[in-house]
Design a binder for this molecule. Structure first.
Ligand code: TYD
Length: 136
């Protein structure tokens, strides 16, 4: 069985004033890895399911920059779902979790901060292969 670090909800510090909200993610203070890549999902059509893969070595912090969506994490044995619906709370995901993102609200934006550059060889895109990898 692969060793894993549990996912965690991270508070994103915000500076608020009458002109709006400013959220800050700072390495070490907010996120425990050096950020090498940022990507974001937006204009996701209603009913879409994104993700459906696992990473062998990537750490990520997913922040609902706008709107809401659900993230379901599977460790090969059990599943936990998180509703991300406020930009002051992000979900920290360590390697070894099969993740699915769905229930995107209209106009939602999923911002993802990642510990590594894009590397297709870090992905496991088949659930059966993921189960075998997770058990090894
Ligand atoms: P994919 O990981 O399949 O999206 P999701 O898991 O959100 O459904 O990525 C979609 C496409 O984008 C795929 O062709 C790979 C490409 N991509 C990059 O080139 N760089 C990146 O950093 C990411 C996240 C994806």
């Amino acid at each position: 069985m692969k060793k894993r670090t549990l996912p965690q909800i991270i508070e994103i510090p915000h500076f608020s004033n009458p002109l709006g909200q400013l959220g800050v993610v700072q390495v070490s203070e907010t996120v425990p890895f050096a950020i090498k890549r940022v990507y974001f999902l937006h204009d996701v059509p209603a009913g879409s399911v994104r993700g459906s893969h696992a990473h062998k070595g990537l750490h990520q912090l997913i922040i609902p920059a706008n709107g809401s969506f659900r993230v379901t994490l599977n460790d090969g044995e059990s599943e936990t779902s998180y509703l991300l619906d406020t930009p002051d709370k992000g979900l920290l995901i360590h390697p070894g979790y099969w993740r699915t993102l769905d229930n995107f609200s209209e106009g939602s934006v999923a911002m993802v901060l990642a510990s590594e550059l894009y590397d297709e060889s870090d992905y496991i895109r088949d659930f059966k292969s993921f189960k075998e990898w997770a058990e090894s």
